[in-house]
Design a protein around this ligand. Structure first.
Ligand code: NAD
Length: 484
Protein backbone atom coordinates (compact mmCIF):
# COMPACT_ATOMS: atom_id res chain seq x y z
CA UNK A 1 0.00 0.00 0.00
CA UNK A 2 1.34 3.44 -0.88
CA UNK A 3 0.61 6.10 1.73
CA UNK A 4 -0.82 9.27 0.29
CA UNK A 5 0.06 12.67 1.67
CA UNK A 6 -2.60 15.16 0.72
CA UNK A 7 -0.98 18.57 0.27
CA UNK A 8 -2.17 21.45 2.41
CA UNK A 9 -1.67 25.18 1.91
CA UNK A 10 1.23 26.93 3.64
CA UNK A 11 0.33 28.08 7.11
CA UNK A 12 1.32 30.12 10.12
CA UNK A 13 0.24 28.18 13.19
CA UNK A 14 0.42 29.98 16.53
CA UNK A 15 0.41 27.74 19.58
CA UNK A 16 -0.60 29.61 22.69
CA UNK A 17 0.75 27.58 25.58
CA UNK A 18 3.58 26.43 23.29
CA UNK A 19 5.84 25.56 26.22
CA UNK A 20 3.16 23.57 28.08
CA UNK A 21 2.79 19.87 28.69
CA UNK A 22 0.27 19.23 25.92
CA UNK A 23 2.29 21.16 23.35
CA UNK A 24 5.50 19.32 24.22
CA UNK A 25 4.01 15.82 24.51
CA UNK A 26 1.45 15.85 21.71
CA UNK A 27 1.23 18.89 19.46
CA UNK A 28 4.88 19.40 18.46
CA UNK A 29 5.69 15.69 18.06
CA UNK A 30 2.58 15.39 15.86
CA UNK A 31 3.64 18.35 13.74
CA UNK A 32 7.10 16.91 13.43
CA UNK A 33 5.77 13.59 12.16
CA UNK A 34 3.68 15.41 9.56
CA UNK A 35 6.80 17.35 8.57
CA UNK A 36 8.70 14.10 8.08
CA UNK A 37 5.83 12.76 5.98
CA UNK A 38 6.20 15.79 3.74
CA UNK A 39 2.92 17.41 4.71
CA UNK A 40 4.27 20.68 6.03
CA UNK A 41 4.56 22.92 2.96
CA UNK A 42 7.61 25.07 2.52
CA UNK A 43 7.33 28.45 4.07
CA UNK A 44 5.01 27.26 6.83
CA UNK A 45 5.86 28.30 10.33
CA UNK A 46 4.89 27.40 13.87
CA UNK A 47 5.04 30.15 16.43
CA UNK A 48 5.08 29.20 20.10
CA UNK A 49 3.49 31.83 22.32
CA UNK A 50 3.62 31.45 26.07
CA UNK A 51 4.32 33.26 29.29
CA UNK A 52 7.92 32.26 29.89
CA UNK A 53 10.86 34.22 28.54
CA UNK A 54 12.67 32.50 25.68
CA UNK A 55 14.22 33.53 22.41
CA UNK A 56 13.58 31.47 19.27
CA UNK A 57 16.78 29.46 19.71
CA UNK A 58 15.97 28.48 23.29
CA UNK A 59 12.45 27.55 22.28
CA UNK A 60 13.73 25.35 19.43
CA UNK A 61 16.04 23.58 21.88
CA UNK A 62 13.13 23.00 24.28
CA UNK A 63 10.93 21.57 21.53
CA UNK A 64 13.80 19.52 20.08
CA UNK A 65 14.20 17.87 23.45
CA UNK A 66 10.44 17.25 23.71
CA UNK A 67 10.34 15.66 20.25
CA UNK A 68 13.23 13.35 21.10
CA UNK A 69 11.41 12.32 24.26
CA UNK A 70 7.86 11.99 22.97
CA UNK A 71 8.15 11.77 19.18
CA UNK A 72 8.51 8.00 18.86
CA UNK A 73 10.48 6.41 16.04
CA UNK A 74 10.20 9.44 13.74
CA UNK A 75 12.07 11.58 16.27
CA UNK A 76 15.21 9.56 15.76
CA UNK A 77 15.69 10.94 12.23
CA UNK A 78 17.97 13.65 13.52
CA UNK A 79 18.89 15.47 10.34
CA UNK A 80 15.21 16.18 9.75
CA UNK A 81 14.74 17.48 13.26
CA UNK A 82 16.99 20.48 12.78
CA UNK A 83 15.24 21.29 9.52
CA UNK A 84 11.89 21.16 11.31
CA UNK A 85 13.04 23.26 14.24
CA UNK A 86 14.21 25.99 11.85
CA UNK A 87 10.52 26.60 11.09
CA UNK A 88 9.77 27.43 14.72
CA UNK A 89 9.59 30.86 16.23
CA UNK A 90 8.66 32.11 19.66
CA UNK A 91 7.08 35.09 21.32
CA UNK A 92 6.72 35.75 25.02
CA UNK A 93 3.13 36.80 25.50
CA UNK A 94 0.69 37.64 28.24
CA UNK A 95 -2.74 36.31 27.34
CA UNK A 96 -4.38 38.68 29.77
CA UNK A 97 -2.20 41.74 29.24
CA UNK A 98 -0.49 43.69 26.49
CA UNK A 99 2.97 42.14 26.50
CA UNK A 100 3.99 40.43 23.24
CA UNK A 101 0.90 41.16 21.16
CA UNK A 102 2.30 43.71 18.73
CA UNK A 103 5.35 41.49 18.28
CA UNK A 104 3.06 38.57 17.39
CA UNK A 105 1.07 40.80 15.03
CA UNK A 106 4.31 41.56 13.22
CA UNK A 107 5.12 37.86 12.85
CA UNK A 108 1.91 36.34 11.48
CA UNK A 109 1.65 36.50 7.69
CA UNK A 110 -1.92 37.23 6.65
CA UNK A 111 -1.56 35.80 3.15
CA UNK A 112 -1.19 32.25 4.54
CA UNK A 113 -3.65 30.02 6.37
CA UNK A 114 -3.68 31.32 9.96
CA UNK A 115 -4.55 29.02 12.83
CA UNK A 116 -4.35 29.78 16.53
CA UNK A 117 -4.18 26.81 18.88
CA UNK A 118 -5.40 27.62 22.40
CA UNK A 119 -3.39 25.04 24.35
CA UNK A 120 -4.01 26.91 27.60
CA UNK A 121 -6.50 26.89 30.46
CA UNK A 122 -10.08 27.64 29.31
CA UNK A 123 -10.08 30.79 31.45
CA UNK A 124 -7.69 32.24 28.84
CA UNK A 125 -9.90 31.46 25.81
CA UNK A 126 -11.83 34.75 26.16
CA UNK A 127 -8.78 37.00 26.71
CA UNK A 128 -6.98 35.36 23.77
CA UNK A 129 -9.94 35.68 21.39
CA UNK A 130 -10.39 39.31 22.38
CA UNK A 131 -6.73 40.20 21.87
CA UNK A 132 -6.48 38.38 18.55
CA UNK A 133 -9.13 40.77 17.28
CA UNK A 134 -7.90 43.87 19.05
CA UNK A 135 -4.50 43.40 17.41
CA UNK A 136 -5.96 42.61 13.98
CA UNK A 137 -4.45 39.15 14.09
CA UNK A 138 -7.67 37.37 13.22
CA UNK A 139 -10.13 37.83 10.38
CA UNK A 140 -12.88 35.77 8.73
CA UNK A 141 -10.38 33.26 7.39
CA UNK A 142 -8.53 32.54 10.66
CA UNK A 143 -9.16 29.38 12.64
CA UNK A 144 -8.91 28.73 16.36
CA UNK A 145 -8.40 25.37 17.99
CA UNK A 146 -9.57 24.82 21.56
CA UNK A 147 -8.72 21.97 23.87
CA UNK A 148 -10.81 20.10 26.37
CA UNK A 149 -12.18 20.61 28.94
CA UNK A 150 -14.82 22.66 27.15
CA UNK A 151 -16.61 23.75 30.30
CA UNK A 152 -17.39 21.76 33.41
CA UNK A 153 -21.17 21.96 33.03
CA UNK A 154 -23.77 23.38 30.66
CA UNK A 155 -23.53 26.86 32.12
CA UNK A 156 -19.76 27.19 31.76
CA UNK A 157 -19.80 25.57 28.27
CA UNK A 158 -22.43 28.12 27.19
CA UNK A 159 -20.29 30.91 28.59
CA UNK A 160 -17.24 29.67 26.69
CA UNK A 161 -19.24 29.33 23.47
CA UNK A 162 -20.63 32.84 23.95
CA UNK A 163 -17.16 34.33 24.54
CA UNK A 164 -15.74 32.68 21.44
CA UNK A 165 -18.81 33.63 19.39
CA UNK A 166 -18.15 37.30 20.14
CA UNK A 167 -15.08 37.13 17.93
CA UNK A 168 -15.32 34.00 15.75
CA UNK A 169 -17.98 32.26 13.65
CA UNK A 170 -18.74 28.62 14.41
CA UNK A 171 -17.01 27.69 11.11
CA UNK A 172 -13.76 29.07 12.52
CA UNK A 173 -13.84 27.18 15.84
CA UNK A 174 -12.23 23.72 16.08
CA UNK A 175 -13.06 22.02 19.41
CA UNK A 176 -10.70 19.08 19.71
CA UNK A 177 -11.63 15.66 21.00
CA UNK A 178 -8.63 13.60 20.02
CA UNK A 179 -10.66 10.38 20.10
CA UNK A 180 -12.34 11.58 16.91
CA UNK A 181 -8.97 11.76 15.18
CA UNK A 182 -8.25 8.08 15.62
CA UNK A 183 -7.96 5.95 12.51
CA UNK A 184 -10.45 3.38 13.78
CA UNK A 185 -13.07 5.98 14.51
CA UNK A 186 -13.07 7.05 10.90
CA UNK A 187 -12.91 3.46 9.84
CA UNK A 188 -16.02 2.81 11.88
CA UNK A 189 -17.83 5.28 9.64
CA UNK A 190 -16.32 3.68 6.53
CA UNK A 191 -17.41 0.22 7.64
CA UNK A 192 -20.90 1.36 8.57
CA UNK A 193 -21.62 3.57 5.60
CA UNK A 194 -19.37 2.11 2.89
CA UNK A 195 -20.70 -1.45 3.11
CA UNK A 196 -24.19 -2.76 2.66
CA UNK A 197 -23.46 -5.60 5.06
CA UNK A 198 -23.73 -3.91 8.43
CA UNK A 199 -26.30 -1.17 8.17
CA UNK A 200 -29.39 -3.44 7.83
CA UNK A 201 -28.35 -5.16 11.08
CA UNK A 202 -27.44 -1.95 12.88
CA UNK A 203 -30.53 -1.60 15.07
CA UNK A 204 -32.33 -2.99 18.08
CA UNK A 205 -33.77 -5.88 16.10
CA UNK A 206 -30.32 -7.41 15.64
CA UNK A 207 -28.05 -5.71 18.17
CA UNK A 208 -28.43 -7.02 21.71
CA UNK A 209 -26.33 -4.31 23.32
CA UNK A 210 -23.25 -2.16 22.84
CA UNK A 211 -20.33 -1.75 25.23
CA UNK A 212 -17.90 1.13 25.16
CA UNK A 213 -14.84 0.78 27.38
CA UNK A 214 -11.97 3.20 27.88
CA UNK A 215 -9.67 1.64 30.47
CA UNK A 216 -6.42 3.12 31.71
CA UNK A 217 -3.72 1.60 33.89
CA UNK A 218 -2.41 4.92 35.14
CA UNK A 219 -3.84 6.73 38.14
CA UNK A 220 -4.37 10.45 38.48
CA UNK A 221 -0.85 10.80 39.90
CA UNK A 222 0.53 14.28 40.21
CA UNK A 223 -2.57 15.98 38.84
CA UNK A 224 -4.89 14.48 41.47
CA UNK A 225 -5.92 17.83 42.88
CA UNK A 226 -6.95 19.04 39.42
CA UNK A 227 -8.70 15.77 38.50
CA UNK A 228 -10.60 15.73 41.76
CA UNK A 229 -12.58 18.76 40.60
CA UNK A 230 -13.88 16.87 37.58
CA UNK A 231 -13.93 13.04 37.84
CA UNK A 232 -14.51 10.35 35.23
CA UNK A 233 -18.01 11.49 34.22
CA UNK A 234 -16.91 15.02 33.35
CA UNK A 235 -13.42 14.08 32.19
CA UNK A 236 -14.24 11.10 29.96
CA UNK A 237 -17.95 10.32 29.58
CA UNK A 238 -19.16 13.78 28.59
CA UNK A 239 -16.69 14.02 25.74
CA UNK A 240 -14.76 10.93 24.57
CA UNK A 241 -17.26 8.17 25.34
CA UNK A 242 -20.18 10.33 24.27
CA UNK A 243 -18.49 11.01 20.93
CA UNK A 244 -17.92 7.30 20.36
CA UNK A 245 -21.51 6.55 21.27
CA UNK A 246 -22.69 9.14 18.74
CA UNK A 247 -20.65 7.65 15.91
CA UNK A 248 -21.90 4.16 16.67
CA UNK A 249 -25.53 5.16 17.04
CA UNK A 250 -26.04 7.96 14.52
CA UNK A 251 -28.15 7.69 11.38
CA UNK A 252 -26.28 7.71 8.07
CA UNK A 253 -25.61 11.34 7.17
CA UNK A 254 -26.65 12.33 3.67
CA UNK A 255 -23.09 13.43 2.95
CA UNK A 256 -19.76 13.08 4.68
CA UNK A 257 -19.43 16.78 5.37
CA UNK A 258 -18.94 18.53 8.70
CA UNK A 259 -22.47 19.71 9.34
CA UNK A 260 -24.27 16.63 8.00
CA UNK A 261 -22.19 14.38 10.29
CA UNK A 262 -22.52 16.65 13.29
CA UNK A 263 -26.28 17.10 12.81
CA UNK A 264 -26.68 13.33 13.09
CA UNK A 265 -24.46 13.10 16.16
CA UNK A 266 -26.43 15.86 17.84
CA UNK A 267 -29.69 13.95 17.26
CA UNK A 268 -28.23 10.97 19.14
CA UNK A 269 -27.29 13.07 22.17
CA UNK A 270 -30.73 14.65 22.20
CA UNK A 271 -32.36 11.22 22.09
CA UNK A 272 -30.46 9.97 25.15
CA UNK A 273 -32.72 9.19 28.08
CA UNK A 274 -31.75 10.57 31.50
CA UNK A 275 -29.70 7.99 33.41
CA UNK A 276 -31.50 6.62 36.46
CA UNK A 277 -29.44 6.40 39.70
CA UNK A 278 -29.32 2.58 39.80
CA UNK A 279 -27.78 2.56 36.31
CA UNK A 280 -24.69 4.42 37.53
CA UNK A 281 -21.77 2.75 39.31
CA UNK A 282 -18.89 4.90 40.47
CA UNK A 283 -15.60 3.79 42.00
CA UNK A 284 -12.31 4.95 43.47
CA UNK A 285 -9.11 2.92 43.35
CA UNK A 286 -7.67 1.60 46.58
CA UNK A 287 -4.09 1.90 47.75
CA UNK A 288 -1.66 -0.93 47.07
CA UNK A 289 1.32 -1.73 49.25
CA UNK A 290 3.43 0.61 47.17
CA UNK A 291 1.03 3.05 45.60
CA UNK A 292 -1.38 5.60 47.03
CA UNK A 293 -5.16 5.36 46.81
CA UNK A 294 -7.25 7.72 44.72
CA UNK A 295 -8.04 9.77 47.80
CA UNK A 296 -4.33 10.05 48.61
CA UNK A 297 -3.62 11.14 45.04
CA UNK A 298 -6.45 13.66 45.23
CA UNK A 299 -5.11 14.97 48.53
CA UNK A 300 -8.57 14.69 50.07
CA UNK A 301 -9.31 11.76 52.43
CA UNK A 302 -13.05 12.38 52.00
CA UNK A 303 -13.10 12.89 48.24
CA UNK A 304 -16.27 11.67 46.53
CA UNK A 305 -14.97 12.12 43.02
CA UNK A 306 -14.96 8.97 40.89
CA UNK A 307 -11.91 7.51 39.17
CA UNK A 308 -14.19 4.87 37.60
CA UNK A 309 -17.70 4.98 36.24
CA UNK A 310 -20.01 2.53 34.50
CA UNK A 311 -23.35 3.64 33.10
CA UNK A 312 -26.27 2.10 31.30
CA UNK A 313 -27.71 4.47 28.69
CA UNK A 314 -30.73 4.26 26.48
CA UNK A 315 -31.43 6.03 23.23
CA UNK A 316 -35.05 6.81 22.56
CA UNK A 317 -35.46 6.52 18.83
CA UNK A 318 -36.78 3.93 16.39
CA UNK A 319 -33.39 2.45 15.69
CA UNK A 320 -32.24 1.87 19.23
CA UNK A 321 -35.26 1.60 21.54
CA UNK A 322 -34.59 -1.58 23.55
CA UNK A 323 -30.82 -1.80 22.93
CA UNK A 324 -28.83 -0.65 25.96
CA UNK A 325 -25.47 1.07 25.63
CA UNK A 326 -23.11 0.33 28.50
CA UNK A 327 -20.27 2.78 29.00
CA UNK A 328 -17.36 2.38 31.39
CA UNK A 329 -14.11 4.13 31.97
CA UNK A 330 -11.62 4.16 34.80
CA UNK A 331 -8.09 4.55 36.01
CA UNK A 332 -5.72 1.93 37.40
CA UNK A 333 -7.65 -0.89 35.75
CA UNK A 334 -6.20 -4.19 34.61
CA UNK A 335 -5.11 -3.07 31.13
CA UNK A 336 -4.94 -0.05 28.91
CA UNK A 337 -7.62 -0.74 26.36
CA UNK A 338 -10.24 1.29 24.52
CA UNK A 339 -12.82 -0.53 22.49
CA UNK A 340 -16.39 -0.58 21.33
CA UNK A 341 -18.15 -3.93 21.20
CA UNK A 342 -21.32 -4.33 19.17
CA UNK A 343 -22.86 -7.53 20.50
CA UNK A 344 -25.40 -8.99 18.10
CA UNK A 345 -28.36 -11.11 19.17
CA UNK A 346 -28.37 -14.88 19.12
CA UNK A 347 -29.42 -16.57 15.90
CA UNK A 348 -33.23 -16.88 16.17
CA UNK A 349 -33.25 -20.65 16.12
CA UNK A 350 -30.50 -23.05 17.21
CA UNK A 351 -30.44 -25.81 14.63
CA UNK A 352 -27.21 -27.37 15.91
CA UNK A 353 -28.60 -28.41 19.28
CA UNK A 354 -27.70 -27.56 22.88
CA UNK A 355 -24.21 -29.01 22.74
CA UNK A 356 -23.22 -26.55 20.01
CA UNK A 357 -23.35 -23.90 22.74
CA UNK A 358 -24.27 -20.25 22.54
CA UNK A 359 -22.55 -18.25 19.81
CA UNK A 360 -22.84 -14.60 19.13
CA UNK A 361 -21.41 -12.30 16.53
CA UNK A 362 -19.49 -9.46 18.13
CA UNK A 363 -17.96 -6.60 16.19
CA UNK A 364 -15.01 -5.20 18.12
CA UNK A 365 -13.74 -1.77 17.23
CA UNK A 366 -10.37 -1.33 18.90
CA UNK A 367 -9.12 2.19 19.48
CA UNK A 368 -5.99 1.40 21.45
CA UNK A 369 -3.69 -0.41 21.51
CA UNK A 370 -3.61 -2.25 18.13
CA UNK A 371 -6.16 -0.10 16.35
CA UNK A 372 -8.38 -2.23 14.17
CA UNK A 373 -11.60 -4.20 13.96
CA UNK A 374 -12.54 -7.81 14.37
CA UNK A 375 -15.81 -9.51 13.71
CA UNK A 376 -16.41 -12.70 15.61
CA UNK A 377 -18.15 -15.25 13.37
CA UNK A 378 -19.25 -18.77 14.14
CA UNK A 379 -17.95 -21.59 11.97
CA UNK A 380 -17.67 -25.33 12.15
CA UNK A 381 -14.67 -26.54 14.05
CA UNK A 382 -12.53 -28.21 11.41
CA UNK A 383 -12.10 -31.97 11.47
CA UNK A 384 -14.25 -34.98 12.25
CA UNK A 385 -16.52 -35.30 15.26
CA UNK A 386 -19.79 -33.86 14.04
CA UNK A 387 -21.10 -30.35 14.00
CA UNK A 388 -19.07 -28.61 16.65
CA UNK A 389 -19.12 -24.83 16.40
CA UNK A 390 -16.35 -22.42 17.16
CA UNK A 391 -16.05 -18.60 17.10
CA UNK A 392 -13.23 -17.18 15.03
CA UNK A 393 -12.32 -13.55 14.53
CA UNK A 394 -12.42 -12.03 11.08
CA UNK A 395 -9.50 -9.76 11.69
CA UNK A 396 -9.38 -6.33 10.14
CA UNK A 397 -6.35 -5.09 12.09
CA UNK A 398 -4.88 -2.56 9.72
CA UNK A 399 -1.28 -3.68 9.91
CA UNK A 400 -2.22 -7.23 8.94
CA UNK A 401 -4.69 -6.40 6.23
CA UNK A 402 -3.08 -3.41 4.59
CA UNK A 403 0.63 -3.74 5.32
CA UNK A 404 2.89 -2.03 7.82
CA UNK A 405 2.39 1.46 6.38
CA UNK A 406 -1.22 1.37 7.51
CA UNK A 407 -0.12 0.77 11.06
CA UNK A 408 1.89 3.95 10.79
CA UNK A 409 -1.14 6.02 9.89
CA UNK A 410 -1.03 9.51 11.37
CA UNK A 411 -1.98 9.64 15.03
CA UNK A 412 -5.00 11.59 16.18
CA UNK A 413 -3.27 14.92 16.77
CA UNK A 414 -1.46 14.76 13.41
CA UNK A 415 -4.67 14.19 11.56
CA UNK A 416 -6.66 16.78 13.48
CA UNK A 417 -4.09 19.57 13.18
CA UNK A 418 -3.88 18.98 9.44
CA UNK A 419 -7.68 19.04 9.25
CA UNK A 420 -7.56 22.49 10.84
CA UNK A 421 -5.12 23.68 8.17
CA UNK A 422 -7.35 22.12 5.50
CA UNK A 423 -10.42 23.74 7.02
CA UNK A 424 -12.28 20.47 7.60
CA UNK A 425 -14.42 20.48 10.77
CA UNK A 426 -15.93 16.99 10.40
CA UNK A 427 -13.91 15.51 13.26
CA UNK A 428 -14.38 18.45 15.63
CA UNK A 429 -17.20 19.08 18.05
CA UNK A 430 -19.71 21.78 17.23
CA UNK A 431 -20.84 24.17 19.97
CA UNK A 432 -24.41 22.84 20.13
CA UNK A 433 -23.09 19.26 20.38
CA UNK A 434 -20.95 20.13 23.39
CA UNK A 435 -23.85 21.91 25.05
CA UNK A 436 -26.21 18.99 24.43
CA UNK A 437 -23.65 16.61 25.94
CA UNK A 438 -23.43 18.73 29.09
CA UNK A 439 -27.22 19.01 29.23
CA UNK A 440 -27.36 15.23 29.48
CA UNK A 441 -24.38 14.97 31.86
CA UNK A 442 -25.35 17.74 34.30
CA UNK A 443 -28.32 15.91 35.92
CA UNK A 444 -26.13 12.81 36.39
CA UNK A 445 -23.49 14.81 38.25
CA UNK A 446 -26.08 16.84 40.17
CA UNK A 447 -28.03 13.73 41.17
CA UNK A 448 -24.88 12.13 42.55
CA UNK A 449 -24.08 15.25 44.57
CA UNK A 450 -27.63 15.57 45.91
CA UNK A 451 -27.73 11.92 46.98
CA UNK A 452 -24.29 12.29 48.60
CA UNK A 453 -23.27 9.10 46.77
CA UNK A 454 -19.94 7.70 47.82
CA UNK A 455 -17.92 5.86 45.13
CA UNK A 456 -17.23 2.17 45.75
CA UNK A 457 -13.59 1.26 46.35
CA UNK A 458 -11.95 -1.06 43.82
CA UNK A 459 -8.65 -2.88 43.71
CA UNK A 460 -5.93 -1.68 41.40
CA UNK A 461 -5.49 -3.95 38.37
CA UNK A 462 -9.12 -5.12 38.28
CA UNK A 463 -12.12 -4.20 36.12
CA UNK A 464 -13.47 -1.75 38.68
CA UNK A 465 -15.94 -2.29 41.52
CA UNK A 466 -18.05 -5.46 41.59
CA UNK A 467 -21.19 -3.39 41.24
CA UNK A 468 -20.13 -2.60 37.68
CA UNK A 469 -20.41 -6.31 36.89
CA UNK A 470 -23.79 -6.46 38.58
CA UNK A 471 -25.04 -3.65 36.37
CA UNK A 472 -24.85 -6.04 33.39
CA UNK A 473 -25.54 -9.23 35.28
CA UNK A 474 -28.95 -7.89 36.25
CA UNK A 475 -29.69 -7.71 32.52
CA UNK A 476 -28.34 -11.22 31.87
CA UNK A 477 -25.19 -9.85 30.22
CA UNK A 478 -21.54 -9.48 31.01
CA UNK A 479 -18.73 -7.08 30.23
CA UNK A 480 -16.02 -8.16 27.89
CA UNK A 481 -12.74 -8.73 29.61
CA UNK A 482 -10.47 -5.69 29.69
CA UNK A 483 -7.24 -6.74 27.98
CA UNK A 484 -4.58 -5.29 25.77
P1 NAD B 1 0.52 23.53 31.17
O1 NAD B 1 0.22 24.14 32.48
O2 NAD B 1 1.58 22.51 31.05
O3 NAD B 1 0.91 24.71 30.14
C1 NAD B 1 0.21 25.91 30.11
C2 NAD B 1 0.79 26.81 29.04
O4 NAD B 1 0.04 28.03 29.03
C3 NAD B 1 2.25 27.21 29.27
O5 NAD B 1 2.90 27.28 28.02
C4 NAD B 1 2.14 28.62 29.85
O6 NAD B 1 3.26 29.46 29.58
C5 NAD B 1 0.93 29.14 29.13
N1 NAD B 1 0.27 30.20 29.89
C6 NAD B 1 -0.30 30.13 31.10
N2 NAD B 1 -0.78 31.34 31.46
C7 NAD B 1 -0.51 32.18 30.45
C8 NAD B 1 -0.75 33.57 30.22
N3 NAD B 1 -1.38 34.34 31.10
N4 NAD B 1 -0.35 34.08 29.05
C9 NAD B 1 0.29 33.33 28.14
N5 NAD B 1 0.54 32.03 28.28
C10 NAD B 1 0.14 31.45 29.43
O7 NAD B 1 -0.88 23.01 30.61
P2 NAD B 1 -1.14 21.82 29.56
O8 NAD B 1 -1.14 20.54 30.27
O9 NAD B 1 -0.25 21.99 28.38
O10 NAD B 1 -2.65 22.07 29.14
C11 NAD B 1 -3.07 23.12 28.27
C12 NAD B 1 -4.56 22.98 28.01
O11 NAD B 1 -4.79 21.74 27.35
C13 NAD B 1 -5.41 22.94 29.27
O12 NAD B 1 -6.65 23.55 29.01
C14 NAD B 1 -5.61 21.46 29.52
O13 NAD B 1 -6.79 21.20 30.23
C15 NAD B 1 -5.71 20.96 28.10
N6 NAD B 1 -5.36 19.54 27.94
C16 NAD B 1 -4.15 19.07 28.37
C17 NAD B 1 -3.83 17.73 28.18
C18 NAD B 1 -2.49 17.18 28.59
O14 NAD B 1 -2.26 16.00 28.36
N7 NAD B 1 -1.61 17.97 29.15
C19 NAD B 1 -4.76 16.87 27.58
C20 NAD B 1 -5.97 17.37 27.14
C21 NAD B 1 -6.25 18.71 27.32
Amino acid sequence: MVSRVIPVDSFDLVIFGGTGDLARRKIFPALYRRFISGQMPEGSRIIGAARSDHNALEFRALIGQAIREFGGAAAQIDNKLKEFLDNLDYVTIDAKGTNGWSELAGMVRKDLVNAFYFSVAPSLFGPLAERLHAHNLADQTSRIVVEKPFGRDLKSAKELNAILALHFDEEQIYRIDHYLGKETVQNLMAVRFGNILFEPLWNSQYVDHIQITVAETVGVGGRGGYYDKSGAIRDMIQNHLMQLLCLIAMEPPSRFDPNSVRDEKLKVIRALEPVVPHHIVRGQYDATQTEPSYRDDAGDPKSRTESFVALKCEISNWRWAGTPFYLRTGKKLKARASEIAVVFKDAPHAIFGQEAGRHRNILIIRLQPNEGMTLGVTIKEPGPGGMRLVDVPLDMTFADALGPEAAEAPDAYERLIMDVVRGDQTLFMRGDEVEAAWKWTDPIVQGIAERHDVPKPYKVGTSGPDDANLLLKRDGREWREIRE
